[in-house]
Design a protein around this ligand. Structure first.
Ligand SMILES: O=c1[nH]c(=O)n([C@H]2C[C@H](O)[C@@H](COP(=O)(O)O)O2)cc1CO
Length: 135
């Protein structure tokens, strides 16, 4: 099972510790292709064109997509749009106590499952059943 994890990078890094916790949970169920989303430093020496090309290749390859969408990010939104177009299973994780209401482009999309949560530790059964459903 190859999992594409999506989370804000240039959109803002305030949730990076949560991304790390979610990637840890997801690694119990498969290979996370985009572990770098939790890294303190993002890749050095790659052009934006290289980043885009690599990212879209991983997205194409993935069996499922899991996105943390509390911090809005153009890149995450773009990845989600392409994932839906390619009919990938998409799970979006959202904390309603944040500063931003979730976009209607995500919450209003029947092809996207939205799970609200407060503590990443509570998501273990949700992630397990999402991955198992699409294995
Ligand atoms: O350096 C990067 N590496 C990378 O993989 N991305 C991808 C993965 C993330 O899920 C998403 C974040 O987009 P943004 O940077 O617009 O917040 O884009 C984005 C960047 C920077 O835009």
């Amino acid at each position: 099972m190859e999992i594409f994890f999506s989370g804000s990078i240039r959109g803002g890094r305030s949730d990076v510790d949560i991304y790390a916790a979610l990637i840890d949970l997801l690694e119990r169920h498969g290979e996370v292709l985009t572990e770098h989303v939790e890294a303190e430093e993002t890749a050095q020496g790659l052009s934006d064109a290289d980043i885009h090309e690599q990212d879209v290749a991983w997205l194409r390859q993935a069996d499922v997509v899991v996105a943390e969408v509390t911090t809005p990010s153009l890149g995450v939104g773009y990845e989600l749009g392409r994932a839906v177009q390619w009919e990938k299973p998409v799970l979006c994780l959202y904390r309603p106590d944040g500063d931003h209401d979730l976009s209607a482009m995500i919450r209003g999309n029947d092809a996207v499952t939205v799970e609200e949560y407060r503590d990443p530790a509570t998501l273990e059964p949700v992630l397990a059943s999402f991955v198992d459903e699409h294995r």
